[in-house]
Design a protein around this ligand. Sequence first.
Ligand code: SF4
Ligand code: SF4
Length: 493
Amino acid sequence: MASFVSLETLTAPTSADAMREALKSSGCKSSSCGASGGPGDLPPEVWNRIKDHPCYSEEAHHYFARMHVAVAPACNIQCNYCNRKYDCANESRPGVVSEKLTPEQALRKVIAVANEVPQLSVLGIAGPGDACYDWRKTKATFQAVAKEIPDIKLCISTNGLALPDHVDELVEMNVDHVTITINMVDPMIGAKIYPWIYFGNRRHTGLVASQILHERQMLGLEMLTERGILVKVNSVLIPGINDHHLAEVNAAVKARGAFLHNIMPLISDPAHGTCFGLTGQRGPTHAELMAVQDACSGGVNLMRHCRQCRADAVGLLGEDRGQEFTLDQLPETVTYDPAKRAAYREVIAAERDDHVAAKADAGRTLDAAASDARVLVAVTTRGGARVNQHFGHAKEFQVYEASSAGVRFVGHRKVENAYCQDGFGEDATLDSTIRALDGVGVVLCAKIGECPQEQLSAAGIVATDAYAYDYIETAVSAWYAAEYGRPATAMIA
Ligand code: SF4
Ligand code: SF4
């Protein structure tokens, strides 16, 4: 079994020395490997800007957390997948925002979270309306937070309509990452997504509305990339409307310098009261989403680890600690203490080097495997890039594709409830988990009981805890090599 450090062990001590001690006592050895922590395909100056951003770097999302503050409720467009009662669907799963905040309340909350969540690296404003339209509150929040916590990365998400009016101020405020939701570059398609926009002091509808929105989105994107700001483009995949169009969107935003393209599944449910929900417009299947993402490969780099977070989400992607930090639980006055975040970063730097070395080892393991098999492997993890969560506690599974070419992150699958409830397994939950794991061949977890293991097996899914606490790539490659890998000579013999 590989060395292991639990996330609790990493986050509980408050000094770097204490954290290092915790790592040692749990048997984790920092690598002596001198390999760079950055992906080989990015220039170092770009890697330095994204390496601690959980959304812009898939690797960073194992280690760093974001928080959204819901200070911007007003919006200037209507998307057919949004109901104003709910979070902005561009950046959140449907669900009411617990509370809207004033900039002063947001500052108090950000400081409280930074004192308690050492992984925090990014503050985002993703609505619940539009961060650029509700600009006064967005700007006041960023200015106040930057003064208190200068090293936190500031991020906004916008539909792009009001974006060109604020690019200069974004630059002045050192906002280095901007997300624009662009679902179309053809207004004919846009007209099926946007019933109206509000622009130039009046409401526009139909093709005119989509034409204006498209032009403003392209202008905003160009203005940002000209100024060196990293831009992520979100696109909501709407089957039958823009599924065959998103490769064109990918090419158009690539031509204008976008850094990342995040193609997200439409979430549609009549209960949400959205136009699409009420008209029966369905979201894509996992296979359809992957097919569209694959059709865009070769263009702008794709983000596949987005969790469509709430507009008030707090924590690592895939977890939401927002309910721990509601206003009624915050002290009236709170002072920022940088010690915990600084200590965490020091320890994580070594842990990431170790992970890089482990990934290189995993690649070598797969090089020795002579097989054409491609298998989807689901992993349960609480962070730290390791297989470190019990099957019964998992509310999401990270999915990797394993082949002799390598281990590739391809997405995640959420389940409504964890299998284990109050110490007992729930069969009904297991059925929905099995449905969520459609297409997956193997589940790697830290622990699993015989009963769920047998039921998964009956559904054609292998589940094992034999690789508990390994790095994910180490575990996946070792499983693959054990299953398919034989040295080439043995294959020939
Ligand atoms: S931009 Fe966001 S808040 Fe505005 S309608 Fe669209 S999804 Fe809703
Ligand atoms: S919605 Fe996606 S891009 Fe936005 S914070 Fe969540 S994971 Fe990151």
